[in-house]
Design a protein around this ligand. Structure first.
Ligand SMILES: [Zn+2]
Ligand SMILES: [Zn+2]
Length: 90
């Protein structure tokens, strides 16, 4: 099945479940089950806490005297609920 089928609630082959998250095709395929988001201001999720974009984002907030938003671990399914995109950095 493709992403369009999935979006329409077509049951997956493996579990026969509509909107089955392990079987979701498309842009989130291949990501780990747990990812990291910065609460509050980022619409990106990071696959690692060591992500350079994550670190430099936090550093920029500190430089500007802002309050650091906590970084939280969420499941990939949860990350997908928002308009969340994968961070382009590895
Ligand atoms: Zn499935
Ligand atoms: Zn990142």
């Amino acid at each position: 099945m493709n992403e369009e089928d999935w979006n329409q609630g077509v049951p997956c082959d493996m579990h026969e479940e509509p909107w089955c998250s392990p079987c979701r095709p498309g842009k989130f395929a291949g990501y780990p089950t747990t990812v990291y988001i910065t609460q509050g201001w980022s619409n990106k999720f990071h696959i690692s806490l060591e992500c350079t974009a994550l670190a430099s984002g936090q550093a920029a907030v500190q430089r500007n005297g802002g309050t650091l938003a906590p970084v939280v671990a969420v499941s990939i399914a949860k990350a997908q609920e928002g308009a969340t995109q994968a961070c382009p950095m590895p």
